[in-house]
Design a protein around this ligand. Structure first.
Ligand SMILES: Cc1cc2nc3c(=O)[nH]c(=O)nc-3n(C[C@H](O)[C@H](O)[C@H](O)COP(=O)(O)OP(=O)(O)OC[C@H]3O[C@@H](n4cnc5c(N)ncnc54)[C@H](O)[C@@H]3O)c2cc1C
Length: 316
């Protein structure tokens, strides 16, 4: 542990499995970025709460990471404690009309379990490679003709707030928008999620729908590329996807260092090997400028930065 860490925090970190100087790149799909000063990777709520409290008492910043499928980690890494509630085996409970799952479960695994139980309506989650917590934060979904997203299915979440305090927040009280939620940049770690599951169908039909969705995805998404999916979204009121604008400004193939706009998707940036966060930032800046200059449209960044903008202050 760090020499500057107060003894009580060092003890709490040790007791709860917090590790020091952990490279974050391998924990993201872009595989870019420096280390976390401290990292706790567990879905265990008591351990997350104890580590958070100890970090705050020691004056450390606290940040969150899910599966890292929508996150650009800074090259310099992240100071303070990063809480990462990812756990492929985290519990999923079925109750009449709802499923309650740890925020750390992966959405494709949850989609398959729902299908096994004959619960319909959430098959789209099988196409999104993040955690359920990250999915709520991003209001993840599919933007194809039949637009689907998590928010309408959300019954409530349990969050771990500052001071290690747990609260239940009702979905109906939250204002979601396209890939946007009140949790973005906030101080609450989502630890548990309840989704409504009113519809039923034959498990075989649901599993077939998932297989079809995934096969369709594989066709459009070259295997083995390191990306964070879509980089930007356009203001939904304009009615055109970010990819359309990016295509018009000749984004495909644009390259800075190891970062390159996919030649297949103008809205995807690939780490072709050795890309830095600075390379990706530079590509994003250029794309934003081109679309602004040609169309007067401000693209919005779907991908999140770690540390986030609030990180310059003290623990939130
Ligand atoms: C190949 C590919 C395809 C994709 N396709 C889609 C798609 O079709 N639709 C879509 O919507 N997205 C898509 N994405 C993007 C991504 O999978 C989603 O945004 C997903 O919801 C992110 O989840 P995550 O756990 O990886 O979040 P992360 O990237 O780890 O985190 C995202 C943000 O949420 C915060 N966060 C994470 N977990 C928590 C938590 N438990 N509590 C509070 N804050 C938290 C982080 O601090 C960060 O700001 C795709 C990504 C890839 C790589």
């Amino acid at each position: 542990m760090s020499a500057t860490l107060p003894a009580h925090a060092a003890r709490a970190f040790e007791a709860n499995g917090v590790r020091a100087q952990v490279p974050l790149g391998p924990l993201t799909t872009w595989q870019i970025g420096g280390p976390a000063e401290f990292l706790l990777r567990t879905a265990n709520i008591e351990r997350l709460a104890a580590a958070r409290l100890a970090a705050e008492e020691a004056g450390l910043r606290v940040s969150f990471l899910g599966r890292g499928s929508n996150t650009l980690v800074a090259d310099a890494g992240v100071s303070g404690l990063v809480l990462c509630p990812v756990d492929r085996d985290a519990p999923i409970r079925f109750e009449p009309g709802r499923v309650i799952a740890s925020a750390g479960v992966l959405m494709p695994a949850l989609a398959r379990q729902l299908a096994d139980h004959g619960l319909a309506g959430l098959e789209f989650l099988s196409a999104i490679p993040g955690t359920l917590g990250g999915g709520v934060v991003m209001n993840a979904g599919l933007s194809s003709a039949a637009r689907r997203e998590l928010a309408p299915h959300l019954e409530w979440v349990i969050v771990l707030g500052p001071g290690g305090v747990l609260r239940r927040v009702e979905g109906a009280s939250l204002a979601f928008d396209y890939r946007t939620s009140p949790f973005q940049g906030g101080g609450d770690l989502i630890v548990e999620v309840a989704l409504r599951t009113p519809e039923r169908a034959e498990p075989q039909a649901l599993l077939a729908a998932i297989a079809a969705l995934q096969a369709e995805r594989r066709k459009r998404q070259p295997l083995g590329t390191r990306t964070a999916g879509s980089t930007f979204f356009a203001p939904p009121s304009l009615g055109k996807a970010a990819g359309w604008y990016l295509d018009q400004v000749g984004a495909k193939g644009l390259r800075v260092g190891g970062a390159q706009v996919s030649t297949a998707h103008a809205n995807w940036i690939e780490n072709t090997g050795g890309a830095t966060a600075a390379d990706v930032e530079s590509v994003m800046d250029t794309l934003e400028r081109r679309v602004r200059d040609q169309f007067g449209v401000e693209l919005r960044r779907e991908v999140r930065r770690l540390p986030g903008p609030q990180h310059a202050g003290h623990a939130h």
